[in-house]
Design a protein around this ligand. Structure first.
Ligand SMILES: N[C@@H](CCC(=O)N[C@@H](CS)C(=O)NCC(=O)O)C(=O)O
Length: 216
């Protein structure tokens, strides 16, 4: 009998996208189940009783919560192809450090940027770009954050780029001339089928954003 893999998800979630990318990288068949946040399913409440958030990966009936933990779990269970973490313990620790940085700094600032207005939004935008500079330095001249291999840090960061850069939701917010390496990295990632397949449809995202703006 094969594995049963279910992903409780919401199509717009960058966290959900991380798990989808990891599953696609490994070529794992899974069922994507969309959640309605105003009416969460009993399964979500049962599988993630602590945070009640998506994404939740359910593998043969057992839940794995928190997107980065799910990505690492996928890498450990399906370890026969496309490793997402390096085998060297020091390199693994480094990858985890930067994935955690993306999670705690970059996503937090992006969230502040999306949910505030005026001066606060401007400040969040500036701080976000500062963090991006640091990440660009970390990337250096490598094709991916994991060197030659697409890995954990790439999976953690690329969904945000989907919104800020690929879909240009905020115009020219991340300027190519100022972030040439990270933009080249994003373009490289998007060429991967695992990434492009996991992005939501651009027109749906734009419709959603404009409806939200109109609602004020
Ligand atoms: N740290 C979590 C964040 C997950 C998260 O914030 N999920 C949001 C959607 S993007 C959610 O489920 N929100 C529903 C709610 O807060 O009620 C992860 O990495 O999985």
């Amino acid at each position: 009998m094969g594995d049963e893999v279910i992903l409780l998800n919401f199509w717009l979630s960058p966290y959900g996208m991380r798990v989808r990318i990891a599953l696609e990288e490994k070529g794992i068949k899974y069922e994507n189940r969309e959640e309605d946040f105003s009416n969460k399913s009993p399964l979500l409440l049962q599988m993630n009783p602590v945070h009640k958030k998506i994404p939740v990966l359910i593998h043969n009936g057992k839940p794995i919560c928190e997107s980065l933990i799910a990505v690492e779990y996928i890498d450990e269970v399906w370890n026969d192809q496309s490793p997402l973490l390096p085998s060297d313990p020091y390199q693994r620790a480094q990858a985890r450090f930067w994935a955690n940085y993306v999670d705690t700094e970059i996503y937090k600032l992006a969230m502040r940027f999306w949910t505030t207005e005026g001066v606060e939004r401007e400040a969040a935008g500036e701080e976000f770009l500062g963090c991006l500079k640091l990440l660009e330095k970390q990337l250096g001249d490598e094709p991916y954050f994991g060197g030659n291999n697409f890995g954990l840090v790439d999976v953690a960061l690329v969904p945000l780029f989907c919104y800020f850069y690929t879909f240009s939701l905020y115009g020219n917010f991340i300027k190519e001339a100022q972030y040439p390496k990270i933009i080249a990295w994003a373009k490289r990632c998007i060429q991967k089928e695992s990434v492009s397949k996991s992005f939501p449809e651009e027109h749906k995202v734009k419709e959603h954003v404009s409806q939200k703006r109109n609602k004020g």
